[in-house]
Design a protein around this ligand. Structure first.
Ligand code: TRP
Length: 333
């Protein structure tokens, strides 16, 4: 709670691309949430350093992500949008919280196990400590709600445990955050392997639609989307995952029910169907791409927003950190 408003907090690592799946599954809901709550959103650029990044590319991508979030409708005047690395309290609170987190808890995290298997040559301490930095993100802003997908649920549970542990050891200091389970955004699958989630880090560019892909590229990717050997449009996640995924995308964008869409495509083949889905997606993403281009070509303006975001975030973060330093007995000057 800040003032009389509940706080909803979220962050994204600036890696891979922001996909149509992120847009339909999470971002559109996030924009709605930000109208009701004080929404605080960060580019988690410290988190993504647990994996090696190419510095120049990384810098550019983080900026691009920031602009893309605004282009999707997040309003930096109403919400707080900032870069994690611009607010030094994140790293500082993470240190304190490290001293309230057990190695056993961290090494049990599913994501740690997966990531260490994937990056065997670089199982660094940051990878293990990742959830503590995430707890610091959330707790610094006294967040009431954190919208999380299944992959981050365990991290949020740990955040709650750490907050409760700290509050019990001293006195109430942190708001214990709840997962935000809103109306679930639809899950969008890969266009090349529709049994897998559309992932922002999929190396196969044909499998995902970036929200800033050109119209031509979007049409091409839908033309190549994997379907099946039938020739009728119907919804069956098990037997027709590709076609079902395209139906979900179309339904999300048009607001029409799956049944209505299936009826509309009766007697039509996959080529027509894919053409329509492609065109709808192009139409939906056109204003996003235009707004994005405008922002990315106006770097001064973009940096002024980033700076303002950092200041607003810092104002809140330093209050919490000061309280924490005092409670644990650090000398105040
Ligand atoms: N770990 C999250 C992810 O990979 C990103 C993240 C960092 C985050 N800090 C957060 C999400 C705080 C929610 C709240 O998706």
């Amino acid at each position: 709670m800040i003032g009389d408003k509940k706080v909803v907090y979220s962050a994204v690592q600036p890696t891979g691309v922001i996909t149509l799946g992120n847009y339909l599954g999470a971002l559109k809901n996030w924009v709605k949430l930000s109208e009701e709550y004080l929404s605080i959103f960060s580019i988690a650029d410290l988190h993504a350093l647990t994996v090696r990044q190419v510095p120049a590319e990384y810098r550019e991508r983080a900026l691009s992500f920031y602009a893309q979030y605004i282009a999707c409708g997040l309003d930096p005047e109403k919400s707080i949008m900032y870069f994690q690395s611009h607010v030094h309290e994140h790293a500082e609170l993470a240190w304190i919280l490290n001293c309230f987190t057990y190695i056993g808890e961290l090494s049990r995290m599913t994501q740690f196990k997966d990531k260490s298997a994937k990056h065997q040559d670089n199982i660094n301490a940051g990878l293990l400590d990742y959830p503590v930095l995430m707890a610091a993100d959330i707790l610094l802003y006294q967040a009431d709600y954190v919208p999380v997908g299944v992959d981050q649920k365990q991290h949020l549970e740990l955040t709650r445990d750490i907050a409760i542990r700290f509050n019990n050891a001293y006195s109430p200091t942190f708001t214990v955050p709840e997962p935000y389970i809103g109306q679930a955004g639809s899950k969008i699958f890969s266009l090349q392997d529709p049994t897998k989630k559309m992932s922002k880090s999929d190396p196969d560019a044909n499998a995902t639609i970036s929200i800033i892909d050109s119209a031509d590229l979007i049409m091409k990717k839908f033309k190549r989307a994997v379907t099946d050997s039938d020739s009728f449009v119907s919804y069956d996640e098990e037997k027709k995952p590709g076609v079902s995924n395209l139906l979900t995308i179309l339904s999300c964008i048009t607001g029409k029910s799956i049944d209505t869409l299936v009826n509309e495509f009766e007697g039509k083949g996959y080529a027509d169907f894919k053409q329509t889905v492609g065109e709808c997606v192009c139409e939906e993403l056109k204003p996003v791409r235009e707004k994005y281009n405008e922002l990315i070509n106006n770097k001064d303006y973009l940096y002024s927003l980033i700076k303002q975001g950092a200041e607003s975030a810092h104002f809140i973060a330093q209050k919490t950190l000061r309280k924490v330093y005092k409670k644990v007995g650090l000398t105040q000057i």
